[in-house]
Design a protein around this ligand. Sequence first.
Ligand SMILES: C[C@](O)(CO)[C@H](O)COP(=O)(O)OP(=O)(O)OC[C@H]1O[C@@H](n2ccc(N)nc2=O)[C@H](O)[C@@H]1O
Ligand SMILES: Nc1ncnc2c1ncn2[C@@H]1O[C@H](COP(=O)(O)OP(=O)(O)OP(=O)(O)O)[C@@H](O)[C@H]1O
Length: 310
Amino acid sequence: MTSAHSDPAPVTVRVPAKVNLELLVGPLRDDGFHSLSTVYQAVNLHDDVTVALDDDWGCTVSGAGTDSVPTDDSNLAMRAARLLHDEIGLDAPVHITIAKTIPVAGGMAGGSADAAAALVACDRMWSLGLSSEELEEYAAELGSDVPFLIRGGTAVGSGRGERLAPVLARGNFHWVFAISDIGLSTPEVYAECDRLRGSAPVPEPTPSTELMSALRSGDPRALAAQLTNDLEAAAISLRPELGEVLESGMEFGALGGIVSGSGPTVAFLVEDVEAAIDLTVALTATGTAREVRKAVGPVHGAHVIPARVD
Ligand SMILES: C[C@](O)(CO)[C@H](O)COP(=O)(O)OP(=O)(O)OC[C@H]1O[C@@H](n2ccc(N)nc2=O)[C@H](O)[C@@H]1O
Ligand SMILES: Nc1ncnc2c1ncn2[C@@H]1O[C@H](COP(=O)(O)OP(=O)(O)OP(=O)(O)O)[C@@H](O)[C@H]1O
């Protein structure tokens, strides 16, 4: 009998990017992380992550700007698959194929998304039947953003961002993302935030009630007025041209603009799909950003899709 009868089939998982609608950075904790209050929204820029049994561990990555993405054990998807593999006590190497459209090092949680996808894909391939809670616990070991990419939708993150609670959000929001050529390092942006703040005491952050009611209203104008990112000043300090991108987007008709997470992607909220097209054209034609992408949120977290046929 060949092993083909018993080997599980490859599994492909599609996973979204995230934008932080509100990112309130609290004090630096003893473990080197900052306590956060953040509101995440999953948007439909996706990576597709396929896991397949193989003779050896390996990883292949394709897509724009992926030269800097590691294909060794430091790839976050590889770390995720190995974590689950070792926890379960298996001896079954996996090859991971990542088709990326989430900008790399863009503050949209691309690597975290791949880790979330790898957990969901391995759970399915190995028929482990883990609950969402169990998957999110493994996810938190891999990074602060990873649990949210499993859950998707719109959610509040507390702790260092990994403790999630659902948020009631009505309707769809239209986003335009101005993507930068050179990524920003998340730890460096947090460190710059600390430097800019100096020694003044920082309070424990809590989600704003105004943002929650804007999400419940489904009104993009109300939401635009509440977009907040405590890392924005730090990202602009490290990359001053981001301030100009924000200004241009607002001049071209965005309802609101914000640096996404730790940057350097700039996220603009617009009225509807037509406004998204207009802003994309304006930002592209003026050369304001190297690449401009439209997206809609909220969308589902990591989920299995039919296998890719290449
Ligand atoms: C900027 C955000 O994307 C906003 O959602 C996240 O806070 C970053 O989440 P992430 O990329 O999953 O980050 P992790 O891999 O957990 O941490 C990377 C580094 O970012 C800094 N970090 C991250 C999260 C946090 N609450 N405080 C921090 O200071 C720490 O220097 C940490 O060593
Ligand atoms: N699967 C992966 N995809 C992208 N980057 C990865 C991956 N695995 C490891 N990395 C490393 O992580 C770095 C940050 O990439 P990533 O795309 O996750 O940044 P980010 O979107 O700014 O993250 P976040 O928003 O979570 O702070 C990359 O420069 C790369 O070296």
